[in-house]
Design a protein. Structure first.
Length: 209
């Protein structure tokens, strides 16, 4: 059991990229912090066979899970997996779009966050879309709502404690305005909100032309 609506968050992110690429028979998409590969699964429904994916993930165990899931879903043949941080990905042709889901609030310090966004921008074609999902703000009341829902679904106490400890280590972006200022400083324009679930939000922006 995860955040309420997490599947919709992935589907809306994919839908936003697919809408931008509508009519393109070939496209290359970058997925930074791929994790266990969940964000790629909706592409079965929303993409065409000529689209290709590059998944970047520093955690070898997570990448192993992603590889297995993508193979089971028939997406592995269309996906290049890279173990490491984005800056270690070999340079190539620029991507037609990118996703950065659930990553930014784990990056410590504004300068490191800005550099990650700049690196994503350097990898994208002018005007290409970026879908970014992260935690915005720290509201104790909303955190209580989130955990109350998890308890209602029977999540074990030890798992709730582990989640609480993990959340304590996160560094959410202070506000929408703070994130939008980061977009502006790193070459992204016209941000729009795609999805909100309590303190987790997904945005669409574009690399400046």
């Amino acid at each position: 059991m995860s955040l309420a609506g997490y599947q919709a968050a992935y589907e809306l992110g994919v839908s936003a990229l697919a809408a931008h690429l509508d009519g393109q028979e070939t496209a290359s998409l970058l997925h930074v912090g791929l994790g266990t590969g969940a964000e790629l699964l909706p592409y079965h429904r929303f993409s065409v066979p000529g689209w290709r994916f590059t998944g970047v993930e520093p955690s070898a165990p997570m990448l192993a899970v992603a590889r297995k899931r993508l193979e089971e879903e028939g997406l592995l043949s269309r996906t290049q997996l890279h173990e490491g941080e984005l800056r270690t990905l070999p340079q190539g042709e620029r991507f037609d779009g990118a996703q950065l889901m659930g990553v930014l609030h784990h990056v410590e310090g504004e300068e490191a966050r800005l550099e990650l966004l700049r690196e994503v921008a350097r990898r994208l074609k002018p005007g290409a879309p970026l879908v970014l999902g992260c935690r915005i703000g720290q509201d104790p009341e909303l955190t209580k709502v989130e955990f109350r829902r998890l308890r209602a679904y029977g999540v074990a106490t030890e798992k709730l404690e582990a989640r609480s400890q993990a959340m304590a280590k996160m560094q959410p972006i202070a506000s929408d305005a703070a994130l939008f200022a980061m977009f502006e400083r790193t070459g992204f324009v016209a941000p729009k909100t795609l999805f909100v679930s309590l303190q987790y939000k997904v945005f669409l922006a574009h690399r400046a032309p």
